[in-house]
Design a protein around this ligand. Structure first.
Ligand SMILES: *[C@@H]1O[C@H](CO)[C@@H](O)[C@H](O)[C@H]1NC(C)=O
Ligand SMILES: *[C@@H]1O[C@H](CO)[C@@H](O)[C@H](O)[C@H]1NC(C)=O
Ligand SMILES: *[C@@H]1O[C@H](CO)[C@@H](O)[C@H](O)[C@H]1NC(C)=O
Ligand SMILES: *[C@@H]1O[C@H](CO)[C@@H](O)[C@H](O)[C@H]1NC(C)=O
Ligand SMILES: *[C@@H]1O[C@H](CO)[C@@H](O)[C@H](O)[C@H]1NC(C)=O
Ligand SMILES: *[C@@H]1O[C@H](CO)[C@@H](O)[C@H](O)[C@H]1NC(C)=O
Length: 615
């Protein structure tokens, strides 16, 4: 296992730190957390005792509430501290655990024979590497191998315990009960020979748009024209940076990225071989060679990563682009009893990035899963890590999901509490109030919410259901920045879908952009791909260009977008007024004038965004 030295600063420190501490009375174990195994997973039996786990122990952060206050002050354009982002050191000071917490947890680990451990820079996370047998003793639990319908497997448990006196000091321990798989939010892949126009399609009447925008496929030139970035000259590339995330074995294939850029943004093509690939916890590097026939047959290790790389490099040239690849959760495994690496990649990534002093100002992440696949404590803690990024002035954008309200028909829209009650299924991380969630649109005049019923695609093959992800969190309350729009939207619904969603929850998405039939390159061939996975890197790119302008004027970057977006920035988005979001066996929430939980405030208008951001 490759350790990153800036995170794992001080292995062995624990043993020393504990010596001076008096041994406290031990308390009996009691269950700290129970989480039902989500639907689609089945228990294949006990995990092997010698299977290795990288256990991440989240200690209670002493002053998170204070961090939250700072975050909102520095992100609110009406506050005198707007833009005064916190430093790496400031954030660490606010999230470090109390001395007592550290002492008690050290003592517990030491008495259980754990002698090697490593901390995050703020010491709010402890990392240990142990086998399943030892973890079972430490957490008084039993780990099993669980297999998803799609064949992938994880080593997890449905409950775990702690000595009673530690319950208030530890927020979460993972991997235990989280079944989150960070699936890419890409809906579709279509190979084609010819650009295609569906029967009855009316091209835009605006000639500028009609010249560059086709329904199938949509190109970088179309996005740059439609959203108005095409004439923008970047001023501080290199000071301004952008990154994207890869999980579950995803890796960009440089020759595909090169071919795409050569056709759609030729000046950017050389960067296909130079953008930086950062590997975390044995994540795979961006690949310099074409996919092998074997890799291509495995199908899914590079489509999402290629999409992110192609969109961002195409939109933000000449800006430096960073690709984070985090290891963990291989999609398929040979032997069910010995999964290779079943760590919790989301947490691994966020802890890695929190350990870096220099982080790109915008990060695009197109992965998520049903909120109910993660225990609340885990979602809470990961969401708080995102708040820390925001406090440091980093904008994290995530895709809103491709299943509308939770899936095509009602059979997928059921609770995970054992009762199988019909409900809408929100998605995490878009449900976290500290991220900016991006939905998808299609067509041009006007743009409408992205939706495609299952059926024949332009390649004459059958394709699945796709609707831009939409919803209300069951875990996170509505943040105050949404108070101005969400209650009004709900009240206008007049009771529609009452009981199927949490009226008091954080609602998403916040904004949207094109997300159907992107021009795309994969396996040496031109093709097309769709999803909020596409709209997220596109929107992230545009936000990054706004940052370029701000930074060149000596102003801070936008940072955590939402307080600005909901009070001021929304004026720089084109409202989406129609579209179909049928899902969970319903017609979906209506797309309306103003904010709505399908396309948020709408799609970016770059020249307007520049004006709004400058003042
Ligand atoms: C922010 O300040 C402006 C001008 O001072 C004011 O018009 C606006 O209502 C304020 N917005 C909020 C959300 O407080
Ligand atoms: C056509 O679209 C372009 C690009 O968005 C815009 O600048 C122009 O104003 C539009 N023209 C008309 C007549 O609406
Ligand atoms: C990938 O490309 C190779 C070489 O052109 C081809 O033989 C193979 O069939 C392709 N695989 C897929 C899954 O498209
Ligand atoms: C709920 O659904 C699961 C999985 O489909 C099934 O095993 C279980 O029996 C159902 N429970 C109830 C109460 O219907
Ligand atoms: C799809 O099938 C229809 C009817 O068979 C045919 O007219 C059309 O050319 C086909 N399109 C493609 C892209 O193969
Ligand atoms: C949404 O679109 C599908 C297929 O195009 C159609 O069957 C359905 O009636 C539409 N629903 C609404 C509410 O418009």
């Amino acid at each position: 296992m490759k350790l990153d030295l800036t995170i794992f600063l001080s292995a062995f420190i624990g043993a020393q730190a504990v010596l001076g501490t008096p041994i406290r009375s031990r308390t009996p174990y009691s269950i700290k957390e129970t989480h039902n195994v989500p639907r689609k997973w089945k228990n294949l039996g006990r995990a092997a005792g010698n299977h290795k786990l990288h256990l991440q122990i989240g200690l209670k952060q002493e002053k998170f509430d204070e961090l939250d206050l700072h975050l909102y002050e520095v992100s609110d354009p009406n506050h005198s501290r707007y833009g005064n982002h916190l430093s790496f050191e400031d954030v660490n000071e606010l999230v470090k655990p109390a001395e007592e917490t550290l002492d008690l947890v050290h003592e517990w680990l030491l008495t259980n024979g754990v002698r090697e451990l490593a901390y995050s820079p703020a010491k709010d996370w402890i990392n240990i590497y142990i086998d399943v047998e030892s973890a079972e003793k430490l957490l008084d639990t039993e780990y099993s191998v669980f297999q998803h319908e799609d064949g992938s497997a994880l080593v997890r448990t449905s409950h775990w315990s702690l000595p009673a006196h530690l319950h208030e000091h530890i927020d979460t321990v993972q991997p235990t009960t989280s079944f989150m798989r960070s699936a890419p939010q890409k809906a579709d892949y279509i190979q084609f020979d010819q650009p295609w126009t569906p029967p009855g399609y009316k091209p835009p009447t605006n000639e500028t748009i009609a010249k560059v925008c086709r329904l199938f496929t949509v190109t970088i030139e179309c996005f740059r024209t439609l959203y108005g970035t095409i004439d923008y000259q970047q001023k501080v590339p290199g000071i301004n940076k952008i990154a994207f995330n890869n999980y579950i074995g995803q890796r960009p294939i440089r020759p595909d990225v090169f071919s795409f850029l050569q056709k759609y943004r030729p000046e950017a093509a050389p960067n296909a071989y130079t953008f930086q690939s950062i590997e975390i916890d044995d994540g795979p590097a961006a690949q310099d060679t074409p996919l092998t026939v074997e890799q291509a047959a495995g199908d899914d290790i590079s489509k999402e990563a290629n999409l992110d790389a192609q969109t961002i490099l195409g939109m933000t040239y000449p800006q430096p682009v960073y690709s984070y690849s985090t290891g963990g959760s291989p999609p398929f495994i040979a032997d069910i009893n010995t999964p290779e690496n079943t760590n919790e990649p989301y947490l691994t990534w966020v802890n890695y990035v929190m350990g870096q002093k220099d982080v790109p100002q915008v990060i695009s992440s197109s992965y998520g899963d049903d909120e109910q696949t993660v225990p609340k404590s885990y979602a809470d803690r990961v969401c708080k890590q995102f708040a820390q990024l925001g406090a440091r002035g980093i904008s994290l954008l995530v895709s809103s999901g491709d299943g509308g309200l939770g899936g095509e028909d009602s059979s997928g829209c059921l609770t995970n509490d054992g009762k199988n009650t019909t409900t809408f299924i929100p998605s995490f991380p878009p449900s976290c109030p500290y991220v900016t969630a991006v939905g998808a649109t299609q067509e041009f005049e006007p743009e409408v919410a992205a939706f495609r019923a299952p059926g024949l695609g332009p390649d004459n093959k059958t394709h699945g259901f796709y609707a831009s992800g939409s919803g209300f969190s069951n875990y996170f309350d509505r943040p105050s920045y949404q108070d101005g729009v969400v209650p009004a939207y709900i009240s206008a619904l007049g009771g529609l879908y009452e009981g199927l969603y949490n009226k008091n929850g954080r609602s998403y998405p916040d904004i949207a952009a094109q997300g159907l039939y992107f021009a795309f390159w994969w396996n040496g061939t031109e093709s097309s791909i769709s999803g909020t996975s596409a709209s997220c890197p596109l929107t992230s790119s545009i936000i990054s260009l706004v940052n370029d302008d701000l930074i060149s004027r000596g102003k801070p970057p936008l940072g955590f977008l939402n307080p600005w977006l909901y009070s001021k920035g929304y004026k720089g988005f084109t409202d989406i007024l129609s579209g179909n979001t049928s899902s969970c066996g319903t017609g979906g929430f209506p797309v309306t004038k103003g904010w709505d939980p399908i396309t948020g405030f709408g799609t970016p208008n770059f020249p307007e965004l520049l004006k709004l951001a400058r003042h």
